[in-house]
Design a protein around this ligand. Structure first.
Ligand SMILES: Cc1cc2nc3c(=O)[nH]c(=O)nc-3n(C[C@H](O)[C@H](O)[C@H](O)COP(=O)(O)OP(=O)(O)OC[C@H]3O[C@@H](n4cnc5c(N)ncnc54)[C@H](O)[C@@H]3O)c2cc1C
Length: 422
């Protein structure tokens, strides 16, 4: 049997490993001390025993995640409905609302008489209806900010609705999402049911934490796995590939580099011109995730609390900051009375005694250059013996990473093409 090394144990690497397990002798290399990458379930002491909480990947749906749905079926992973609802809290104006119902849109009752609030909701409605039409007609080219200004959207709507939403979904600073390609933003939001404050899709979560599918894949693949062992270099040597870590080197017939694009490029000993040109176009941002129990970072009105809570504030430097707080009890159906939250890049102080875990993730930053590079990424996997996969091949989400892993698996001999999701 030929030997395949997979560098990176996120869903891109693990998905490929699962579908290639009968074709290759698979070896996994992982720099972290756990397998799963952005799938990172953490155990905390709960009132009824240990409570498993997802601090990275949490939710998916059955419409736009077809490959993940198939993988979970193949692995017989138990899943359950999640709740996807959104709230907004602009800490400068005091505006708070949630899209769960008409009542929560006017959670601050005085806003019923506020023309500004009605205008804001009218703009949201116009955007939700017309943006997909513009996309279909090919009239959503260029950066998001340009798209919104040309169509007359107010600064308030842009700054306290569209940018925070985009910045929360892609975990990116609001200042950066202005340069995000409008067409990519609209396509993703439309396809994932995010246009409309209450997503129309039924979202699901892995029962007991997403780590369950990681464990199931690892058991099924039975690969030799090196944790805490970052790959330092990947070098082609004729038709063999040498993988070096601090603990030594090994030769393989094929290598799948299933890390982020910048990490992939950094580990290639002699990257080709194409690899430099394409992998070099992706930039990443650090995201600090805090798992905690401090409800002080949530919207002041409890009836506004949603699964995803965006908040914005203009800092002393005049720059608008945005943060997202995931309400984990709602997302993972965790019983009370303790409320668990995951704050992403929160600018407010979370009470230190209430922080249960701090984790640093990196998320791809999609600008026009990166999105253009995506059209050509499949060229990297035409011949091997080094192949690539990762969420940067598409929108940056779990299905995207898995899809890319399955694309690479196909090139490595797996019989099936991945399902093309929207
Ligand atoms: C906080 C957060 C919440 C999210 N929630 C969702 C969600 O609910 N739904 C959704 O669809 N998506 C979500 N995402 C996005 C999604 O989880 C990721 O895009 C996807 O899981 C990325 O998978 P990947 O395999 O490409 O990369 P990763 O999961 O990042 O895996 C890459 C792996 O490569 C390893 N690696 C890197 N360099 C080396 C090296 N030199 N040697 C060895 N190993 C190396 C890394 O340690 C890592 O384990 C979320 C992301 C974050 C950060």
């Amino acid at each position: 049997m030929q030997r395949l090394a997979i560098v990176g144990t996120g869903i891109a690497g693990l998905g490929a490993a699962y579908y290639l397990k009968d074709r290759y002798e698979v070896t996994l290399f992982e720099k972290n001390n756990y397998a799963g990458g952005h799938t990172n379930t953490v155990d905390v002491a709960g009132r009824h025993g240990p409570q498993s909480i997802d601090t990275g990947f949490i939710v998916y749906n059955e419409k736009t995640y077809p490959n993940l749905v198939r993988l979970f079926r193949d692995l017989q992973i138990a899943t359950e409905p999640s709740n996807m609802s959104f709230s907004m809290h602009d800490q400068d104006s005091g505006l708070q609302f949630s899209g769960q119902s008409v009542s929560t849109l006017f959670a601050q009752r005085r806003r019923i008489l506020s023309p500004a609030h009605w205008k804001f909701l009218a703009e949201a409605n116009r955007f939700n209806v017309t943006a997909p039409q513009h996309l279909e007609a090919g009239r959503a080219e260029g950066p998001l900010e340009q798209y919104l200004i040309e169509r007359g959207y107010s600064e308030r709507f842009r700054e306290s609705y569209v940018y925070p939403m985009a910045s929360a979904v892609w975990s990116t600073a609001p200042g950066r999402v202005r340069h995000f390609p409008a067409a990519t933003f609209i396509r993703f939001f439309h396809n994932h049911g995010f246009l409309g404050m209450n997503t129309q899709l039924q979202w699901r979560t892995v029962s007991g934490g997403a780590r369950n599918y990681v464990q199931r894949i690892r058991a099924a693949v039975g690969a030799r796995t090196y944790l805490n062992d970052p790959v330092r270099s990947v070098e082609r040597d004729g038709d063999r590939v040498v993988v070096r870590t601090e603990n030594g080197q090994q030769e393989f017939d094929r290598v799948l580099v299933a890390t982020h694009a910048d990490q992939a490029l950094a580990m290639l000993k002699d990257p080709t011109a194409l690899e430099v040109a394409l992998l070099g176009r992706f930039r990443y941002e650090n995201n600090q995730a805090l798992l905690h129990t401090d409800s002080g970072v949530m919207p002041p009105l409890r009836r506004v609390w949603s699964s995803w809570n965006y908040k914005t504030q203009i800092g002393r430097d005049g720059v608008r900051r945005a943060a997202t707080v995931y309400y984990m009890n709602r997302l993972q159906n965790i019983p009370g009375p303790t409320d668990y939250f995951v704050s992403i890049n929160d600018y407010e102080d979370v009470e230190p005694s209430r922080i249960l875990r701090t984790i640093n993730y990196e998320h791809p930053l999609f600008d026009l250059a990166a999105v253009r590079a995506q059209d050509e990424l499949s060229r990297l996997n035409e011949s091997g013996p080094v192949f690539f996969a990762g969420s940067y091949f598409r929108y940056g989400f779990h299905e995207d990473a898995l899809w890319s892993g399955l694309q690479a698996a196909k090139r490595l001999g797996h019989a099936r093409e991945p399902v093309v999701s929207v």
